[in-house]
Design a protein around this ligand. Structure first.
Ligand code: CDP
Length: 208
């Protein structure tokens, strides 16, 4: 069986950073599944019937686009991500990615619950809303977006709410996911703690 590391959590929790460093450490490919929804959200401008069609023919090679990292793209992603048709259309690609023979790291909202429920290691990465808003605000400023911290805070609260309360694959911690609260952690600290949790899962007997 290959070794899948599933990393889920709310917006700006640090899950992407933790996931990409884990992938580098283990030499596994890494998929930021949020980019799939961001790409579909941007291309469809949030139109749900368009979004389902676009999701079915999304080219995963085209995901490396700064336009998908904007504040508006995050909002559009969250809108189209509530559509079961969009989610279904993106399922196969994510499952095939996770089936990489050696292993894979995927981050998102439903990796440990829907995409790879059998993943050997599951992390649920979180941080306080204030810390997440601060991180996202700094990231957007660095990208050249002019926005207030209060607006980013409001965005995050609205997005958490939508992602957690939708009926299709809501953001929820899998029962067997280890919680990693990065509120007080540097990137290095979060990575070391994530590594410890993954190694713990790796050494646990199969069929926990
Ligand atoms: O970086 P951030 O956490 O803000 O967002 P992201 O991971 O890029 O995801 C953007 C949006 O896509 C989320 O708010 C979710 O609505 C949606 N998403 C999802 O529904 N399922 C996933 N596996 C990944 C993202």
């Amino acid at each position: 069986m290959n070794f899948i590391i599933a990393v889920d959590g709310p917006a700006a929790s640090g899950k992407g950073t933790v996931a990409s460093v884990l992938a580098r450490h283990y030499g596994f490919p890494y998929l930021d599944t949020g980019l799939l929804y961001r790409a579909v959200g941007v291309a469809s401008a949030g139109n749900l019937s368009e979004a389902a069609k676009l999701a079915a023919r999304l080219d995963p090679a085209s995901l490396d686009n700064p336009a998908y990292r904007t504040r508006q793209a995050g909002e559009l992603a969250s809108q189209v991500a509530a559509s079961p048709e969009v989610r279904d259309a993106l399922l196969d690609f994510q499952r095939r990615f996770a089936a990489n023979p050696a292993g894979a790291v995927l981050d998102g909202r439903d990796i440990g619950t829907v995409i790879a429920p059998g993943a050997q290691a599951k992390l649920f990465v979180t941080a306080s809303t204030g810390v997440r808003a601060e991180r996202r605000w700094l990231q957007l400023l660095n990208q050249g977006e002019r926005v207030t911290k209060e607006a980013v805070f409001a965005d995050i609260v609205a997005r958490d709410n939508r992602d957690s309360h939708r009926s299709a694959a809501p953001l929820v911690r899998a029962k067997d996911a280890a919680l990693l609260d990065t509120s007080e952690m540097t990137i290095d600290h979060a990575f070391r703690e994530a590594l410890r949790l993954v190694e713990l899962a790796r050494s646990a007997p199969q069929g926990r």
